[in-house]
Design a protein around this ligand. Structure first.
Ligand code: GDP
Ligand code: MN
Length: 395
């Protein structure tokens, strides 16, 4: 789960990290004039809050001053104009895709005189199965680009979860900072580490971490991703979820205890169990197509869920054909088959559908599909079923 910059900064502030004062707005800016009395400036920084980076260099669909989603404003009476122009507008950045993202939250911060910009992040390195810190003097820009063009500029530090980190003189030299600043960076690092562990984060990215003109470090941007599997330990963090940032179909599935994941291809996959979902997607790719999604009905799928599942898959316009791959264990294939037939009738479902059953009552299930006279295709062999559904997606 991702959270917004202003939410991340509120959390980091509680851990004693240096962030600037700011005010956040959801959907309306009514209190802005009043709030500005308390915010020191000039300048003020008006920041669009969306779950995507590159806001500073992005552009608005409804252009108003040719600038991006992060704007430094020097005239107080302009702040609310700029904020209103951003609110409700669509911001396009290199991470949003061309369709952009609707801005319905704004953060206004006291400005900062930047001397230098650094990059700092804490994350999980999945290839090494270790926690990792990344630090670079090349900040404010895409770290992925730095990693390609100038990899030596990035320092990687591996750590275990409860270890004190001590940044050394070598790094001090590399970052070109003085001894006092190294101490400050050490303190920031260990506070970030504590925050990372306490909230079960999977990423904390500060880009940029800046040295201001007074020579002190300030966290100017903050991105936090939380580990979904640990969210049950943090009910107060679950509340930070911005539902407008989630895929509505994924939300609808979750409400019915199903897992739906939207992908980019053309074949809808309805399965039970995550392992079978992976195998189903692999075999579709092997036969040259890409899955449009997968919907995991779960181990205790019933007829109502199948109907709901069809509704969800059907509302994805990219789906050209569907593979239903069910392994009957606790659930009986004939029950799912009845659900499929009922759903197809009820929804007047027209897309080509290939069904594969294995396990409990698979023969009975197959009979239900074959006797339905709805043009449904039942194939027992996994590879043949995949081949067929790929073929049907291409006609
Ligand atoms: P991003 O583009 O989505 O990563 O948004 P950031 O919050 O990182 O802002 C982009 C850039 O705006 C930063 O790298 C800074 O150069 C600049 N910026 C952000 N806040 C301030 C500020 O308070 N003062 C100044 N002068 N520049 C800022
Ligand atoms: Mn940034």
């Amino acid at each position: 789960m991702n959270i917004h910059e202003y939410q991340a900064k509120e959390i980091l502030k509680k851990f004693g990290l240096p962030v600037l004062n700011g005010k956040s707005y959801v959907n309306n800016l009514d209190s802005i004039e009043n709030d500005l009395i308390d915010l020191k400036g000039p300048p003020w920084v008006v920041k669009s809050q969306i779950h995507a980076g590159g806001r500073g260099t992005g552009y608005f669909k409804n252009a108003f001053n040719g600038k991006g989603g992060v704007q430094v404003i020097f005239e107080k009476n302009q702040v609310s104009n700029i904020a209103s122009s951003m609110m409700g507008n669509v911001l396009v950045t290199k991470q949003t895709g061309e369709q952009g993202k609707l801005v319905n939250r704004i953060f206004i911060e006291e400005g900062c005189d930047i001397d230098r910009e650094f990059y700092f992040s804490l994350l999980v390195d999945r290839t090494k199965s270790q926690l990792m810190i990344m630090i670079s003097a090349a900040g404010g820009i895409d770290i992925e680009e730095v990693a390609i063009s100038d990899p030596k500029k990035i320092t990687y530090i591996y750590f275990t979860s409860n270890q004190d980190i001590k940044l050394d003189e070598k790094l001090q030299k590399k970052l070109n900072i003085n001894k006092r600043q190294l101490d400050e960076l050490n303190s920031i690092t260990n506070k970030l580490l504590l925050a990372f562990n306490s909230i079960d984060a999977s990423t904390i990215e500060i880009n940029p971490l800046v040295l201001n003109k007074q020579g002190n470090f300030v966290l100017l941007d903050a991105k936090i991703s939380l580990d979904d599997n640990a969210l049950f330990r943090h009910p107060e963090l679950v509340e930070l979820k911005d539902l407008t940032e989630e895929d509505p179909l994924e939300l609808q599935a979750a409400e019915h205890d199903m897992n739906y994941v939207k992908l980019q291809g053309s074949i809808g996959c309805m399965v039970n169990g995550a392992g079978l979902a992976m195998a189903t997607m692999d075999i579709i790719k092997q036969y040259g197509e890409e899955p449009a999604n997968f919907l995991d009905l779960g181990g205790t799928a019933n007829k109502d869920r199948v109907i709901m599942g069809f509704k969800i898959i059907q509302s994805d316009p990219n789906v050209k054909s569907i593979l239903i791959n069910i392994f009957g264990g606790i659930i009986h294939c004939d029950m799912i088959a009845n659900g499929i037939v009922e759903a197809v009738k009820e929804l007047n479902f027209k897309l080509p559908l290939v069904v594969r059953f294995q396990g409990t009552n698979s023969n009975e299930g197959r009979d239900v599909i074959n006797n339905s006279s709805l043009g449904l295709i039942s194939i027992d062999d996994f590879a043949d079923a995949a081949k067929k559904v790929v073929e049907l997606s291409q006609v």
